[in-house]
Design a protein around this ligand. Structure first.
Ligand SMILES: NC(=O)C1=CN([C@@H]2O[C@H](COP(=O)(O)OP(=O)(O)OC[C@H]3O[C@@H](n4cnc5c(N)ncnc54)[C@H](O)[C@@H]3O)[C@@H](O)[C@H]2O)[C@H](O)CC1
Ligand SMILES: [K+]
Length: 516
């Protein structure tokens, strides 16, 4: 699913009104009716007090359309206009008049020093104060109003975006935005729903289709894309009946040191379970026996050193090398890594200490083959790109690194984001159970295993992150978040593939991202 920028949404509105020969008021009516339908389907006339707070822009206009329909359907509605400026939008004013035509109880004007209305715990708040048009910090009174919403503990529904959030900038103060339980967003979810600093402002979200021009929707290229089942499926490579293991590549996992052989084992098993035809490990001598014992499907190569990798040389030409897991950053290992990079001809996935070695020896970045996949966790990323000021700054820094070295960077986290060629691919699967030892090693194994069998590196990174999360989601049904361990993620890769390919309703994208 595309994630449109603010500018794209404004131009989509304009194109739609022109091509469909409708007014902006008509489009607002559609938007407001969609919200009304969503609420009406759930409340079915219940007389719970609904407090609708409207700004004076078009987000407030949406709130007024909602107000009118709720009133005419007999709901218990209290509407407030945040009357702190006189720049009322045209469609706000039209809908303000329309509300006055259906009720004698006109909206309450809240001047920006007034007391706040009482809100009960069981009431509902609709936040239509600001949409995507917020362009400057909000004042103290508004902050206090938003705090009042939060302290009421009433269910809070935001229209389009929690008021106070910008679409393209961080906010500095956690009281400066509405903390929504649910956000109904028009046309596309907003990027800030997925960034660590702002995702907390809405517990859940859903996109409402307001019938924007279909050519606009299909042809507009976006910087960010949300990756769900329907984005992954077209990239799936089916297996041929007569294929043999040689057709599905050889993945080589290079890593490990004394006490860190388990990590390599996890990555090897994950590469195999992700579909690599053959998987080999390259480890220091101390890894030989444990790997041969716990990973009977694989081959094990060793360097001469007992404890750590001091040289990397092998006879075969692997389809892909996954390097860095548990490898350490000893000077001898760095030399071996450098020598390896200087002569390597295979595509690469670099993780963990592999990334740490790149961070400490930036000249090594130049030796990476094009479209190498880097999979840093937040600390590794910080070592690689330096400290960032906020999520937007982080994304810009990662885009710059990716561009300079032509590499694919997977920013791991709750919504892992794969960055390449200026684009952001935001993953939708996964759960907090993945915050556990070894889950990153499994991800590296999966991505390596996908490249081995012929997926291009970008698809492998996006698909790998998706599968890893999906597998964890399936495993969590059985194990819960606390008891989920990295091995479960490997064990559930099979069910993850099956669920991806299953054509039933239950496996379709979560209701978080689709209108029901
Ligand atoms: N296709 C769609 O998505 C549609 C969206 N709609 C809704 O329209 C809003 C965007 O409306 P807009 O009028 O551009 O902006 P806002 O309602 O967010 O309000 C801006 C309003 O507020 C003033 N302002 C900005 N910052 C501040 C501040 N810090 N303090 C006080 N006032 C501020 C600004 O000057 C404007 O006057 C979108 O989100 C949807 O909800 C349409 O209904 C139809 C289609
Ligand atoms: K809002």
């Amino acid at each position: 699913m595309k994630i449109f920028s603010k500018e794209q949404i404004y131009s989509g509105d304009k194109i739609t009104t022109e091509r469909q020969n409708i007014s902006s008021t008509d489009l607002m009516e559609r938007a407001g009716v969609k919200i009304f339908n969503w609420i009406h389907a759930r409340m079915q006339g219940a007389q719970v007090p609904i407090h609708i707070f409207c700004g004076i822009g078009n987000n407030g206009g949406d709130g007024l359309v909602l107000t009118r329909h709720l009133i005419t359907h007999g709901y218990n509605v209290h509407t407030y206009i945040i009357n702190c400026s006189d720049k009322r939008s045209k469609d706000f004013l039209i809908n303000y008049d329309r509300v006055k035509q259906v009720t004698k109880t006109w909206p309450t004007l809240l001047n920006c020093s007034d007391d706040f209305p009482e809100i009960g715990l069981e009431d509902i708040i609709v936040d239509a104060v600001f949409g995507i048009g917020l362009n400057r910090p909000i004042d103290e009174w508004l902050k206090n109003l938003f705090k009042h919403f939060r302290s009421s503990k009433a269910f809070t529904l935001s229209i389009d975006i929690p008021s106070g959030l910008y679409t393209d900038r961080p906010i500095v103060d956690e009281d400066a935005a509405v903390w929504a339980d649910f956000t109904l967003s028009f046309a596309s979810p907003k990027l800030v729903f997925f960034l660590p600093e702002t995702a907390q402002y809405t517990q859940e979200w859903m996109v409402l289709d307001i019938g924007l021009d279909s050519d606009f929707l299909s042809t507009t290229q976006t910087i960010a894309e949300l990756i769900g089942k329907f984005e992954i499926l077209p990239n799936y490579i089916p297996r041929h009946k007569f294929s043999h293991k040689g057709n599905h590549g050889l993945a080589l996992i290079v890593g490990g040191r004394y006490g860190m052989i388990g990590a390599v084992t996890l990555a090897c098993k994950a590469a195999l379970a992700a579909g690599s035809g053959l998987v080999s490990a390259y480890v220091p001598k101390c890894g030989y026996v444990p790997l041969q014992t716990s990973f009977p499907e694989g081959m094990v190569l060793t360097c001469d050193d007992e404890q750590m990798i001091t040289s990397i040389s092998f006879q075969t030409q692997p389809s892909v090398v996954g390097i860095g897991i548990g490898i350490g950053t000893h000077a001898k290992t760095v030399s071996a890594f450098r020598a390896f990079l200087e002569q390597n001809k295979s595509p690469l996935v670099v993780d963990a200490d592999g990334i740490n070695m790149l961070s400490k020896n930036k000249d090594l970045l130049k030796l990476l083959p094009t479209q190498t996949v880097l999979t840093p966790h937040p600390k590794e990323l910080e070592r690689l790109i330096g400290v960032w000021k906020n999520d937007f700054d982080k994304l810009e820094k990662v885009k710059a690194l990716s561009k300079e070295h032509n590499v694919i960077v997977v920013i791991k986290g709750a919504n892992s984001i794969t960055v390449f060629d200026g684009k952001l691919y935001i993953n939708t699967t996964g759960n907090p159970g993945l915050a556990t030892a070894g889950s990153g090693d499994v991800l590296t194994g999966i991505i390596t295993g996908l490249i081995a069998q012929g997926y291009n590196a970008l698809v492998a990174a996006i698909f790998g992150v998706y599968l890893h999360g999906l597998s964890a989601d399936i495993a969590a049904f059985k194990h819960g978040y606390e008891s989920l361990i990295a091995s479960h993620v490997i064990d559930h890769l099979g069910p993850a593939f099956l669920s991806l390919l299953k054509k039933t309703k239950e496996t379709e994208e979560s209701s978080q991202s689709k209108e029901k």
